[in-house]
Each structure stands twice: as C-alpha cells, then as structure tokens.
Design a protein around this ligand. Structure first.
Ligand code: GDP
Length: 150
C-alpha cells in the first residue's frame, strides 16, 4: 500500500499523547483502539493527575494566553492518560489522528479524527499532542522516568 511505501521515508519517532480528564472510560477505550488501528505502538501509558508545573511543561506556548487559566483548571479536574506513542513520523501522524483544535472545525475538515468524534469544545477537545519532535522529547523526559524502556 501507499502507507507501507511512505514508511521507508520517515524515521521511527515518539511523541507525547494525552487524553484529557473529561474523557469518559468508554471514550478512552475507543481512542486507544483508534491509536492501535492507526499503527502506533503504545510504548508507555500511565494515568496521572498533572501538577500545574507539569501542565506548564506540556503547554510551553500557552502560558501567556487568556484561556490558560481555563486550561489549567480543566486539566486539574482529574487524572489524564499520558502516553508515549511510537510510529514513523509520529508527531505529525498523531496530530493528524487528533484533528484540528476546534472540534467543530474537525467535524468539517477531518470527520474521522478523535476531536471530531469526541470533542466537546475548543477547550474540552479530549486529546493533546506535542507540536514538534523537540517538544515531544522534552516533555516525555519530564513525565516518564524511563522513557526508553518498553
Ligand atoms: P493543540 O496543540 O491543537 O491542542 O492547540 P493549542 O496548542 O493551540 O492549544 C492548546 C489547548 O488550549 C487546546 O487543546 C485547547 O484545549 C486550548 N485552547 C486553544 N485555543 C483555545 C481557545 O481559543 N479557547 C479556549 N477556551 N481554549 C483554547
């Protein structure tokens, strides 16, 4: 398939994926299935309540924005699923599977994406992913003690 040919041109990469606290257990199960079906290895996964400091690390570019307080509050309301996702071109592939930030936009542009299917609003858009490979590495190293171990 075309997918199989593309793999030869992209290195194996890991990204940080996160399922936000408002996701129901049924949605989490469906999202984990979508992740596996998309060909990601779920290298590590853990449920954890993020501290404000960890949230700041996960969203390095958002701290000055007016909705940061809402984001902090929303991510503090319960445990998140934090994942290391490994695949060829994982950073971009995970962003593609998540879909656009705004679920309403996602429903139009990418109806099969996670945010189109389960997102409630721009803020409660069920999932997060690192923006680039550098950020992915940084945040994985902070959140996982042995990121290289399977
Ligand atoms: P992402 O990388 O697609 O998650 O998007 P961003 O990095 O731009 O934003 C980070 C998170 O902040 C998003 O996932 C949303 O939860 C939240 N967010 C982004 N833009 C808005 C906005 O305009 N309003 C609100 N309330 N939240 C937003």
């Amino acid at each position: 398939t075309a997918e199989r040919e593309i793999q030869h041109f992209f290195p194996l990469q890991s990204t940080l994926g996160l399922i936000k606290p408002h996701a129901t257990s049924e949605q989490i199960e469906k999202i984990l299935n979508m992740i596996k079906e998309a060909g990601f290895d779920l290298t590590q996964v853990k449920k954890m309540s993020l501290t404000p400091e960890q949230i700041e690390n996960i969203y390095p570019k958002i701290t000055g924005k007016d909705f940061y307080k809402d984001l902090l509050e929303m991510l503090s309301e319960g445990p998140s699923m934090v994942m290391i996702l490994t695949k060829w071109n994982a950073v971009a592939e995970w962003r593609r599977l998540m879909g656009p930030t705004d679920p309403e936009e996602a429903k139009v542009l990418s109806p099969d994406s996670i945010r189109a299917r389960f997102g409630i609003s721009k803020l409660k858009n069920v999932v997060h992913g690192a923006s680039n490979a550098y950020e992915a590495k940084e945040v994985i190293n902070r959140l996982f003690e042995n990121p290289e171990e399977n």
